[in-house]
Design a protein around this ligand. Structure first.
Ligand SMILES: NC(=O)C1=CN([C@@H]2O[C@H](COP(=O)(O)OP(=O)(O)OC[C@H]3O[C@@H](n4cnc5c(N)ncnc54)[C@H](O)[C@@H]3O)[C@@H](O)[C@H]2O)C=CC1
Ligand SMILES: O=C(O)[C@@H]1CCC=N1
Length: 272
């Protein structure tokens, strides 16, 4: 893994900031002393300190002590945080917003037209080095800024550079997607328990099945339908289960979930 010598600051130290900070440390991309954060909630700062990062009481201190500034607050607070940071931003700063629905134009309105702005939509599996993320750049961001952000996220998973108009769909699919998959794992485990398995065994089998199946899609490059057909013996067990899923409208439910989350991301963009 490449070691990055920049200092990383988190403005907002919640779930996503924690997953990213720990993921970057676990992969050896940065050491804990390269990370600092701020958050109005003391417990969040304590948590970051517990793994060796520093914490500050103000946005300003993070701006002064970091080069890459992750904006990791809820979308409605992004404007206020960046407006506070704005007078202190310099060309060395790369502002990386991970907020759902907050567009590059909204970021530049708050941070100023000179800001080096990158918009990313990651997901929480960056904690375990398996994020699925997308990014786009704006303002005075340079190819080197884009490369830096791409390197950071590539160390904790996969990142694609896309046109900004696709970021809402990315939010609906992979940003929110872990929740859909966790729900599916929970349901599969419940099925196992219903069929008589102990809870811990059922959960481990369900999670490993999702992991293995995802790896097969990524590593074989085969269509998921073809891989499904390889599991499905004529008159066998699997087709009996697949029939139940189709009766339950599971495909449409997953599609609708992604579309609903995408629509919500678009709504957040309009609310700015
Ligand atoms: N949770 C997820 O899976 C993902 C979240 N995101 C985005 O990441 C951002 C953060 O989401 P979460 O981590 O889930 O939320 P969270 O609620 O866990 O974290 C947000 C943190 O910001 C803090 N905060 C509030 N006002 C602040 C201020 N003025 N200055 C500094 N910190 C402040 C809060 O105390 C909280 O700890 C959101 O914009 C969300 O859209 C993006 C991708 C995935
Ligand atoms: O639920 C949310 O709004 C955030 C954005 C993507 C995942 N979590």
């Amino acid at each position: 893994m490449p070691h990055i010598d920049r200092r990383i600051g988190f403005m907002g130290s919640g779930q996503m900031a924690e997953a990213l900070a720990k993921g970057l440390i676990n992969r050896g991309v940065v050491t804990p002393n390269q990370i600092c954060c701020t958050d109005p909630v003391q417990a969040r700062k304590d948590l970051f300190r517990s793994f060796g990062a520093s914490s500050y009481d103000t946005t300003l201190e993070v701006v002064h002590n970091a080069d890459v500034l992750f904006v990791a607050v809820k979308p409605q607070y992004v404007g206020a945080v960046l407006t506070e940071a704005r007078p202190h931003l310099t060309p060395r700063h790369v502002v990386v917003s991970i907020a759902a629905g907050i567009t590059v134009d909204m970021l530049l309105d708050a941070a100023g037209p000179e800001a080096h702005v990158v918009r990313v939509m990651p997901n929480t599996p960056c904690l375990v080095g398996e994020t699925a993320a997308a990014m786009c750049v704006g303002g005075k961001a340079t190819p080197e800024d884009a490369e830096l952000v791409s390197t950071l996220f590539s160390a904790v998973g996969r990142i694609y550079q896309l046109d900004e108009k696709l970021l809402a769909a990315v939010t609906g699919l992979s940003g929110s997607g872990p929740a859909f998959v966790f729900l599916m794992i929970e349901a599969l485990a419940d099925g196992g328990v219903r069929a008589g398995l102990p809870r811990d065994v059922a959960q481990a089998l369900a999670a490993q099945t999702v992991l293995g199946s995802a790896k097969m899609v990524l590593e074989t490059g085969k269509h998921p339908g073809a891989l499904k057909d390889m599991v499905t013996s004529p008159g066998g067990t699997t087709i009996a289960g697949v029939h139940e899923l189709e009766m339950g409208g599971v495909r449409a439910a997953f599609m609708s979930a992604v579309v609903a989350a995408t629509n919500r991301a678009n709504e957040l963009s309009r609310m700015g």
